[in-house]
Ligand binder design. Structure first.
Ligand code: SF4
Length: 433
């Protein structure tokens, strides 16, 4: 069965829609009232969170590009009909070459009026409300949305100084897809205390029922991430019992990962983005100088096989290297017992690669099919954590909808369902708030 936007019964395929919206973005019809209905757009997480949070199908969270220059070429429209939000698509065939005729400047959202006579209804979606705690302040007076923000249903927090690839001594060494150095201070607090973080986590748990807190950082000269994270991780774990994830460059001393595990960190994620050595150096000169690709791979291998966190992720960005190379990266991660996190390259405003064209969905589908196939063949523990829906990436279990035969691997899926049920019970017994 060929995979496309619509299923044989005429309904939209949520997985394909999520992926295609990452690639093309979404234009906004004048009927929308996003100022009242939506979460504020917060550019964080290296700029990837620059889009509109939307829920497709049955709780498939996504963060859809709406402000970048290339979104002007999107065939997709968000329309408000009564109280509902709908996605429509222009009927005329999508023209990838039309990007060449657009000036790669300007800032959306790209507002306009949908020409209904020449468009088709795709799906009804949900716009998640902005949580009330976003506008709450911590006891030190900081706005909680500048401490952390929801990316789907989990809480993401940046901790530590600005990634030192952005200076003062790392000028021009930042990764070319990233805008973290511009966001910190403008979109997120640079100075946050442990108490600011704990209060924000507690508020997010109380109202948004988060289960997972993901704390990330960029490079620090010492590469001592245990020294940087230990106090804040300990405080969050001890006072909440929530699942905890760490995303940082490779630590100077791999033995520190055992200490993170003993402290209760559940997940470690290492972002090497591309496995092509030359592209790795070109895209992230600071990463290459301060660490190098091999050290990222060694850290993934060590964490997955010597330390044994609940899960270890190797993160890549599809669309930054040839499709075969992304597949090779997926194979490497899976063959070393870790789970790939596969982002779709988003040329965001302000990034060195901000004027590039977004990837073609036709190139992305085989990457994500390969991703799902390899995870299932290996029986990796995907989709286990309770209530963790991620808006910035296609979750591996979501990629099932991209497969020609979604009912394959019934036993593996049954095993995963059982593991999810058991892990959920384990979590509920331990969570403190
Ligand atoms: S390591 Fe690269 S992607 Fe990460 S924050 Fe620094 S510049 Fe951005």
């Amino acid at each position: 069965m060929e995979v496309g936007l619509f299923q044989p019964d005429g309904r939209a395929n949520p997985a394909y829609l999520k992926l295609d919206l990452y690639c093309k973005g979404l234009r906004i019809d004048e009927s929308c009232a996003l100022g009242d209905d939506a979460r504020q757009i917060i550019r964080n997480r290296a700029g990837l969170g620059s889009g509109l949070e939307v829920v497709i199908g049955e709780e498939m969270y996504t963060n859809i590009p709406v402000v970048e220059w290339w979104v002007q070429n999107s065939p997709y429209w968000l329309v408000k009909v009564g109280d509902d939000y709908q996605v429509w698509r222009d009927k005329k065939p999508f023209d990838y070459d039309a990007y060449d005729n657009l000036k790669p400047v300007g800032k959306g959202p790209w507002l306009g009026k949908l020409d209904r006579a020449n468009a088709e209804y795709v799906d009804t979606v949900r716009i998640p409300e902005e949580p009330k705690w976003y506008k709450q302040r911590t006891s030190s007076g900081k706005l909680m949305q500048r401490i952390g923000c929801l990316q789907g249903t989990y809480l993401g927090i940046y901790w530590g100084p600005r990634c030192q690839n952005w200076g003062p001594n790392g000028e021009n060494e930042y990764c070319k897809f990233c805008t973290e150095g511009q966001n910190l201070g403008s979109q997120e607090e640079v100075e946050k205390s442990i108490e600011d973080v704990v209060e924000t986590v507690l508020a997010a748990r109380k109202e948004s029922r988060i289960t997972f807190v993901h704390i990330n950082t960029g490079f620090i000269d010492s590469n001592d991430y245990w020294g940087l994270f230990e106090p804040v991780m300990r405080a969050v774990k001890e006072r909440t019992g929530l699942l905890l994830g760490l995303q940082a460059p490779p630590d100077a001393d791999f033995e520190n990962y055992r200490k993170f595990k003993a402290l209760g960190v559940n997940n470690v994620s290492l972002c090497f983005e591309v496995i092509d050595e030359e592209l790795f150096k070109e895209i992230g000169p600071g990463k290459a100088r301060r660490s190098g690709l091999q050290r990222y791979l060694d850290a993934i291998d060590f964490n997955a096989n010597d330390v044994g966190f609940d899960t270890v992720n190797g993160e890549i960005i599809a669309g930054l290297e040839p499709v075969e190379s992304s597949m090779r990266a997926i194979d490497w991660i899976v063959d070393h017992g870790a789970i790939p996190t596969v982002c779709v390259f988003r040329p965001v405003i302000g990034a060195a690669y901000g004027k590039r064209k977004p990837p073609r969905v036709e190139d992305m589908v085989p990457v994500f099919q390969h991703f799902y196939r390899r995870c299932m063949e290996k029986g990796l523990p995907i989709g286990i954590a309770p209530n963790v829906k991620v808006s910035l990436i296609m979750l591996p279990e979501e990629c099932r909808g991209l497969m020609p035969n979604p009912s394959a691997w019934p036993l593996t899926r049954a095993k995963l369902w059982l593991m999810k049920t058991m892990f959920g019970a384990w979590f509920n017994a331990r969570v403190k708030v």
